[in-house]
Design a protein around this ligand. Structure first.
Ligand code: GLU
Length: 423
């Protein structure tokens, strides 16, 4: 197996590759399988024309990368953000394959993205952009082919448009083509909270493992979107003390702890900037929130937040990754050397895709579960995935991240061997 060069620290695809290389090497993955799993199955760049509200025609660039369908249909979100790139979408698609492997659900991995700033688009423009993107991908998508979901910059409404556009193309209402939909359209109870709930389950397990009490346990969270805000809300309700919060506008630290529902009301109902939340606290950059003294730090925003330059500043006992790729390859070693217990992204944020799997199952059955049923099943999946990763790490004397990759790659490679290569 070739020795990979050190990744360019800020290139997420190279970061994903570097971890794959180490895990594949440790597994002794045979050359052919290594080559097969290293590259995506297919990828597409789309130039998407959209009639804007001002009468102009704009063309947006979008991508869909299908990394693997070895264990089931491709699965993974669609991101709308100004800095989306093909390399980023590739990395995210690859991570989806390993994430679904870690939690052992029957999906491969995929991801999509469009370079745009959704906050600057009207609802009509967003709808036309989403519909044209979906229409261009109509032959790629499908409940048995590739099943999108929300990611940064997209949510239930965008998923509803994806479902509708796809359904119009195939001539039948196909709810299982996409997950993260509104409940009225075949969405699952508990899906909205699922990633945050999964983060909390991992934190509960990590505390139990390290023998730390939950009551009063100090938590800082970077990111106040679907993952961060719901993790904060659920964790505070469960007895954690949320002392640091941050979103794109900046961070706020208050050692007395935040009343999270009030912050959610401030940001989401009153539409005010998070750092201006009344009730005190020290303003700081969104990144600095992660470096405050605490038991648990949760990066739940974007990639490359903990780097070689700043990793030594992390003061947490536990790093639980709610975002995809928040810690760079170079930072991993520093975090490890500080003895920080890491819950890697492909485990920490896997609650979302796990309930996406439940949504897909419910849509295909046409039979919908109670919220408590969804949450119980999520707990089962996350707890056994956590135990599996920690056991694997201890048995193979590797860190949790490499253990998670090894476990996932091994599962995908075994399935691939059983299927054989159609070549
Ligand atoms: N975008 C989410 C993730 O990165 C959810 C993917 C899904 O539910 O398919 O895990």
């Amino acid at each position: 197996m070739p020795q990979a060069p050190l990744p360019d620290e800020m290139n997420v695809y190279q970061n994903a590759e570097a971890r794959f290389e180490v895990a594949a090497q440790k597994l002794g993955l045979e050359q052919g399988l290594y080559r097969y799993l290293k590259y995506p199955k297919k990828e597409i760049t789309l130039y998407i024309p959209v009639g804007m509200d001002n009468g102009q025609l704009e063309v947006f660039t979008g991508y869909r990368v299908l990394h693997s369908t070895v264990r089931g249909p491709g699965k993974g979100g669609i991101r709308f953000a100004p800095d989306v790139s093909l390399d980023e979408v590739r990395a995210l698609a690859t991570w989806m394959t390993w994430k679904c492997g870690v939690v052992n659900i029957p999906f491969g991995g995929a991801k999509g993205g469009i370079i745009c700033d959704p906050r600057k688009l009207s609802k009509g423009e967003l709808e036309r952009l989403t519909r044209r993107y979906t229409a261009e991908l109509a032959d790629w998508l499908g409940p048995e082919r590739d099943v999108p979901a929300p990611d940064i910059g997209t949510g239930e409404q965008v998923m509803a448009w994806v479902m509708d556009t796809y359904s119009m193309h195939v001539g039948e209402a196909t709810t299982a083509v996409v997950t993260g939909k509104p409940i009225e359209l075949g969405g699952s109870r508990g899906r909205r909270e699922a990633t945050g709930r999964g983060v909390m389950i991992c934190c509960d397990k990590a505390l139990a493992k390290l023998g730390i009490k939950k009551e009063g346990c100090r938590v800082v969270i970077q990111g106040f979107g679907n993952v961060g805000s719901l993790a904060a809300q659920l964790m505070q309700a469960a007895g954690y003390k949320i002392i640091g919060l941050a979103d794109v506008g900046g961070g706020l630290y208050n050692e007395r702890g935040f009343d999270v529902p009030k912050v959610i009301d401030w940001v989401y109902t009153q539409k005010k900037p998070l750092p201006e939340f009344p009730g005190g606290g020290t303003k700081m950059s969104a990144r600095d929130v992660l470096f405050q003294p605490c038991e648990i730090a949760i990066p739940a925003a974007i990639e490359n937040q903990i780097t070689e330059q700043n990793a030594h500043q992390v003061q947490a006992r536990i790093l639980c990754e709610g975002a995809n790729g928040p810690t760079t390859w170079q930072a991993d070693a520093i975090v490890d050397s500080k003895g920080i217990f890491t819950v890697p992204d492909i485990l920490g944020n896997a609650g979302g895709v796990t309930v996406s799997y439940f949504e897909w199952v419910q849509d295909r059955q046409g039979f919908f579960w109670r919220e408590s049923e969804v949450n119980d099943r999520l707990l089962d999946v996350m707890e056994s995935a956590f135990d599996g990763v920690v056991r694997y790490a201890e048995a193979h004397k590797v860190n949790n991240r490499i253990a998670a990759y090894m476990l996932a790659i091994d599962r995908v490679a075994s399935a691939l061997k059983l299927r054989g290569i159609y070549a």
